[in-house]
Design a protein around this ligand. Structure first.
Ligand code: SF4
Length: 311
């Protein structure tokens, strides 16, 4: 069965932004799992009946699964809609609970520093963090085609920190966070709050582009989190805005739907945290812009900001 990888990737991103993960991990019987489609290049895929799972006493499944699970097998596409019979099938391994690191709440990664960085020293402190990251190879994303480490930027004394998921193609090329279409929408959102981009700080959960714009794997996010945590402890924002479910998952250490996390305050590194939609999601589903605006209005009320005059 030929697969339009680009369309599937868009669809999975849409679901992921809503906090729906299991489709990303597992195919259900008779349907197509798309996890592997998000990684490298376009592939041709087919669902086959898999061998029985290993003995239950040796493996605990992540979720309830049928005794005989369909596994995805795939082989590189030989051309549009073609399967090259000379290429052996690669059988996807079952995903074991022990093989998937859990997201760790930022508040559990390290205690808050006893001595906070003074306002005048924040730029230098951020520079030191960037220098320590260096040409980082601490997680697999270093070897997944990244061109640039996207550290994050903005006002070192910002009251608001926006946290996204990871760099996309435009960010990977420029080294700056949120510079593509989603970045333009984020700029508009910030402007509507009566602020400029230079008055906020913007960063991502991971600093290197995941291939195919897939979500960062837990091991990647947990590894890179140490740097974002340090940036947060330096900037000391009053409010953190988690843009999308990946940011919320790793900042809060919970894997829940976006709808269950939105509309209330959470805490993170001494700041209040609100969850809203990722701008890329809003580009795909503009009907949710009004909901995102409600989230931003919570932030504005907290910080005493006034909406920018229209015009
Ligand atoms: S994503 Fe983060 S931890 Fe991984 S290589 Fe890039 S900078 Fe290092």
């Amino acid at each position: 069965m030929a697969v339009d990888a680009e369309r599937i990737r868009d669809f999975v991103s849409y679901l992921r932004d809503l906090g729906i993960y299991e489709m990303y991990r597992h195919g259900e019987a008779g349907t197509l799992s798309v996890a592997e489609l998000l990684g490298e290049s376009a592939v041709t895929a087919q669902v086959v009946q898999a061998a029985p799972l290993p003995a239950p006493e040796t493996i605990r499944r992540v979720t309830e699964r049928p005794a005989v699970a369909p596994l995805l097998t795939m082989r590189p596409a030989a051309g549009a809609g073609m399967i090259d019979p000379r290429v052996p099938l690669m059988t996807a391994e079952p995903i074991l609970e022990s093989s998937i690191p859990k997201p760790i709440p930022f508040d559990d990664l390290a205690p808050l520093p006893e001595v906070r960085v003074a306002a005048k020293d924040k730029v230098a402190a951020l520079t030191l963090i960037r220098e320590r990251i260096g040409d980082c190879t601490r997680c697999p994303l270093a070897y997944a085609g990244r061109h640039t480490i996207v550290f994050g930027n903005g006002d070192a004394n910002a009251r608001i920190l926006f946290v996204g998921e990871g760099p996309g193609a435009d960010e990977d090329a420029s080294g700056l966070p949120f510079v593509g279409k989603a970045g333009q929408l984020l700029n508009n959102m910030i402007g509507a709050m009566g602020l400029t981009r230079e008055q906020v700080y913007i960063a991502n959960i991971v600093k290197c582009r995941p291939p195919g714009n897939r979500a960062p794997e837990p091991v990647e996010a947990n590894t890179c989190s140490q740097f974002l945590l340090e940036q947060m402890d330096v900037v000391q924002p009053k409010v953190v805005v988690a843009l999308g479910s990946t940011a919320a998952t790793y900042l809060l250490g919970v894997k829940q739907s976006l709808s269950s996390l939105r509309g209330r305050w959470h805490g993170c590194r001494g700041a209040k945290l609100v969850v809203t939609y990722h701008p890329a999601f809003l580009l795909r589903d503009p009907r949710q812009k009004g909901e995102a605006w409600k989230d931003l209005q919570m932030v504005m009320a907290e910080l005493g900001l006034k909406a920018a005059a229209k015009g």
